[in-house]
Design a protein around this ligand. Structure first.
Ligand code: IMP
Ligand code: MG
Length: 180
């Protein structure tokens, strides 16, 4: 596991796949306990969360769980653009349902606030969020996710679903920008 380069930026190993798997398993245990006997709808926020959601959804082993997908985009390059656009909406009827939003990372919190607001309009029984990564220092609005895999400093990372302009999602480990 050495350095990787994208768009002339160098990234160094940050969180190894074994450590990710351990936290995914820990989160799955907590979620399984909290949603036992409940018909929960996992809502994966595309694109970044797709790998985490796939691993978490299977690890939870909840027989009545379902999964669906929504899509937003708020990042260009390494900066949050601040204006979130809905690209692909939710088709499921979530009235009276327990919804668990699955995010890759919470940075400014803008995406999370917008999504929670959209979902609350549709009268779900509950809305909670699980995020693999959380940058507490970067949060400008909303609250911390109910379930967090890793709290990390305000640094740009990629791999395991997270990208730089579409690249590096396929790296099995997470990398951080060198000398940041
Ligand atoms: P927020 O709306 O600012 O909280 O940004 C959330 C979205 O920005 C995440 O779902 C990611 O897609 C993206 N993002 C935030 N931080 C990073 C990062 O360090 N690397 C890659 N994408 C990130
Ligand atoms: Mg995302």
């Amino acid at each position: 596991m050495g350095e990787v380069t994208y768009q002339d930026y160098t990234f160094v190993p940050y969180i190894r796949r074994e450590e990710i798997a351990k936290q995914v398993h820990r989160l799955a245990q907590e979620i399984k306990r909290d949603y036992d006997q409940k018909n929960v709808l996992f809502l994966c926020v595309l694109n970044g969360a797709f790998i985490f959601a796939a691993d978490l959804f299977r690890a939870c082993d909840l027989p009545d769980a379902e999964i669906s997908f929504v899509r937003f985009k708020s990042y260009e390059g390494m900066q949050s653009t601040g204006n979130v656009k809905e690209v692909m909406g939710l088709s499921e009827d979530i009235t009276g349902r327990h919804v668990l939003i699955v995010e890759d990372i919470i940075d400014s919190g803008v995406t999370a606030v917008q999504l929670r607001k959209e979902l609350e309009k549709r009268n779900p029984e509950s809305v909670k969020m699980v995020s693999l990564l959380f940058k507490p220092e970067a949060l400008t609005m909303g609250k911390a996710p109910e379930y967090v895999g890793f709290e990390i400093p305000r640094k740009f990372i990629l791999g395991y679903g997270l990208d730089l302009d579409g690249l590096a999602r396929n790296l099995p480990d997470i990398y951080v920008l060198k000398d940041d």
